[in-house]
Structure formats: C-alpha cells, structure tokens
Design a protein around this ligand. Structure first.
Ligand code: SAH
Ligand code: TYD
Ligand code: ZN
Length: 411
C-alpha cells in the first residue's frame, strides 16, 4: 500500500514527481507585530503528483479551504490593468454570445473585487458573485455587483437554483483549481446550469508550467493543474463534456475550458488539436516530469548563486510584486532579506507586512525609487509588460531586472 493519498478526481494511484519542501501559505503575509500568529507559523508539505489513471496533476497534501480563504484574504484582482481589460473583454463576450435570452443569469465563483462581474452589472444583466472572503466580497459590492460571501459547493448551488433559477453561464477564473472538493463543485454546476448552459473556467495551464519551468505556480491555493486531457476525463464523470479550449497569454499561460452537458453543444476542433499537442509535448510521460523536476532544482540553484554573488559585491537588490507564487520561490530557494532587502507591491493589504516564511518587508511601489536598488527581482513575472512599462525610469537610471522564468537572466 502506498502512503500517498489517492486522486481526488478518480480515486486512482498518484505518482509524485516534485517536492518543494515545507511551505507556508502563499498569501499568509505576516504582521510584523505578531510574527507567531497561527496563520504565519502554519506549514505544509508542498509536493505534486500526477494520477496514473486520469492524469490529473494535483498537490498530495492540501490546506483546508477556510484556512486559505477568510475575511482578511489579501489578493485583489484589479491591481493589474491588463487583467481588468482581460475580464472586461470576456464579460462583453458573454453578453454577446451567451447571455442573449429573455432573462439571462450568470454566476461567478471567486468573484473577488468584481473585476469581471462589474461589466455584467453595468449592462443590467442578472448575476451573482460567490466570494467567501468577506473583505473582498465587500469591495465587489462597492463595485456594484451582487455577492454572496460563501463557499460554492453543491448545497450552495441548490440554494441559488431555488432563489434565482438556472444559470446560462457559470464562470470561475483562478478559482476552480483552488478547491479540493471538485466533485461537489461539478455536481453543483451540473444541477445549476440551464440545459444549454456552459461552465467556463480558466486556470494556469500545466503545459505552460512545464514549458517555462514556472514551478512557482505551485502553492497551497493551486491544488489542481489542468490539461485538456485531464479536464475531458473529469467532465465525463459528471455528465459534462469539454466542448472548447483556449490558451490564454495572461498569468504566464492559462487554459480556458468550456464544459456543456454531454451532447448539448458541438465539440470545437480546438479540443482534439490541444489533446494532440499535449501528446506531442509528452505531458503525461514520466521522462517529461523528471526533466521538469530537474529543471526546477537547477533554476533554484542558479538564482540563489546569482543573488549571493550580487550581495557579496555589495549590490542592493529589491523584489517587485509580492505574489503568492513568490512564496514558493523564496521559501524553496531560502531567499530572505539578506538577499532581497524589500519587495514593492501595489496592494495596500500586503504593504507593511512580511513575506510568508521568509520575512522580507513588503512596501508600496513608491519606495522603489527612493532610491532605486541596483537590481530588481521580477517576482510578478506574469505582469512583466505592465510593470516594465510602468517602471521604465528604473532601467533608464541604470537599474537591472532579474528574471527567472523561463530561466535566470539579467537585463
Ligand atoms: N477570479 C479572480 C480571483 C481569483 S483568486 C481572478 O481571477 O483574479 C481566487 C478566489 O476564489 C478568491 O477570491 C477566493 O476567495 C475564491 N474562492 C475560493 N474558494 C471558493 C469557493 N469554494 N467558491 C467560490 N469562491 C471561492
Ligand atoms: P498575481 O501574479 O496576480 O498573483 P499571485 O499572487 O496569484 O501569484 O499577483 C500580482 C502581484 O503583483 C499583486 O500582489 C499585485 C502586484 N502588482 C504590482 O505591485 N504592480 C503592478 O503593476 C502589478 C500588475 C501587480
Ligand atoms: Zn485520477
């Protein structure tokens, strides 16, 4: 008998391929006055496995949902203008293509600060955001959306069905992959959807993570890493079918999946095309996963060597973007304030706090130029274009960016 837990989608055996050590929660920013708080001291083992049966990539150990998502959860979606435009465009597409009936209704899981639903609300279309984190749910309300601050599951879905009726669209961005009770979510969605309705979700794509060695996409909240193959299999277990896929450039490469009731919609050619591409990439092969894990170790060693070298030369290095992703990177590599003296981040809820586990101070971006550091480690690498454009004066003043995805590079 294996010690490993079994697959949370199909119950199959798991094959572990990467161990990122003991880690704090990615968004557990530390109050400097209370560093021993329970949430700050909490650690779990961050290991990733693939199911031998359905190929779903998943964490073997995971953190309870209400430990990660609570009133004080600090993530705010609208800090990025690129993401704001991304979700506004998607909302417009839903309005034009899916929400065209006499009294359409859309439900969003993980509506956060209302980044997507505010466009739907402005259009006067019936909607409901489901957002369990109280503070950010309130920001969504202030942005004009209707929100229930609870965790979506099959019971909540039944409640929504009773009060609001069937949904034409259920949407979830960077949320479905964060929930360990996927089966309850899928039962709830299946029950809530109108006969011709769709469940659309977008999450980091495992194909891109492997291609870019972007292992910092792996942290407590990212429990599942989807591929077209694993999603197709999972959907079929719930009477649903994968009818469309799109690869998105945001957040370092995401997969948007559209599920419909089996047989209700034609399957787009994009689905067999991506399945073929995944086969060519060898995404489920042992050798690919071993190569990925070897690449992670190498990347970590190269980055730390570079940072130590800069420290020994007396250079000043700051970080840019106190992402949840960076929690994995910094803790895995053992990068603390001796190597990166502070990190700038535009989120007021993170400023004045310390990074989870590594205790690097988080400051406002105003501190960046005061004075500029010699080097800046781009931790929010998924927002590279936006940040480099905003901070172009740093390069002009002689500053250098340190990138680490897909490999360590200074420019
Ligand atoms: N959709 C936004 C926010 C992603 S962060 C974006 O793409 O930027 C993930 C969000 O999912 C958090 O705000 C968290 O509170 C929410 N969440 C976590 N579990 C949930 C559940 N079971 N039901 C609904 N929302 C959930
Ligand atoms: P993000 O990569 O979206 O998410 P995650 O935490 O899931 O890894 O986080 C981006 C972080 O970078 C967020 O804390 C806001 C910050 N940020 C800035 O400080 N300046 C910017 O211009 C942008 C786009 C983001
Ligand atoms: Zn499985």
């Amino acid at each position: 008998m294996s010690d490993l837990p079994t697959c949370r989608v199909c119950g199959g055996a798991l094959r572990e391929f990467l161990d990122l050590g003991d880690q704090p929660m990615g968004n557990a920013f530390v109050d400097p006055g209370r560093p021993d708080e329970e949430a700050s001291a909490f650690r779990f083992r961050l290991t990733v496995a693939m199911c031998e049966t359905c190929t779903m990539v998943q964490l073997t150990d995971y953190v309870r949902h209400d430990r990660m998502f609570h009133a004080a959860y600090p993530y705010r979606s609208s800090q990025s203008s690129v993401m704001s435009a991304h979700f506004e465009n998607l909302a417009r597409r839903f309005l034009a293509d899916e929400l065209t009936g006499p009294d359409p209704f859309i439900v969003e899981l993980g509506s956060n600060d209302g980044i997507m639903l505010r466009t739907i609300a402005k259009a006067g279309v019936r909607h409901l955001g489901v957002e369990p984190c109280g503070d950010v749910a309130e920001v969504g309300r202030a942005n004009g959306i209707r929100v229930v601050d609870e965790f979506f599951d099959e019971n909540l879905a039944a409640g929504i069905l009773a009060t609001d009726g069937r949904a034409d669209v259920v949407f979830a961005a960077n949320t479905f992959s964060h929930i360990d009770f996927l089966d309850s979510i899928l039962r709830g969605v299946e029950n809530l959807l109108a006969p011709g309705g769709v469940f659309v979700f977008e999450d980091p794509y495992f194909g891109d993570i492997v291609k870019r060695a972007s292992f910092d996409q792996i942290y407590d909240e990212h429990i599942f890493f989807f591929t077209a193959r694993s999603v197709q299999d999972m959907a079929a277990r719930h009477g649903l079918e994968l009818v469309d896929v799109e690869l998105l450039p945001v957040h370092g490469g995401e997969l948007r999946c559209t599920l419909a009731r089996t047989g209700a919609r034609p399957v787009s050619p994009s689905v067999p095309k991506l399945l073929e591409q995944e086969k060519e990439q060898g995404l489920t092969e042992r050798a690919t996963l071993t190569r990925f894990a070897d690449g992670v170790r190498e990347l970590g060693e190269t980055l730390v060597a570079r940072l130590r070298d800069l420290r020994d030369q007396g250079k000043r290095v700051a970080g840019y973007g106190a992402t949840a992703k960076s929690t994995t990177l910094l803790n895995y590599c053992g990068i603390g304030p001796d190597l990166v003296s502070f990190i700038c981040d535009s989120t007021p809820e993170k400023q004045g706090r310390l990074t989870p586990g590594t205790h690097i101070p988080v400051r406002s971006p105003d501190a960046f130029a005061d004075p500029y550091p010699d080097y800046a480690l781009l931790l929010a690498w998924n927002h590279e274009d936006e940040i480099l454009a905003k901070e172009s004066a740093f390069r002009e003043a002689g500053g250098r960016w340190i990138h680490y995805v897909p490999d360590v590079r200074v420019d």
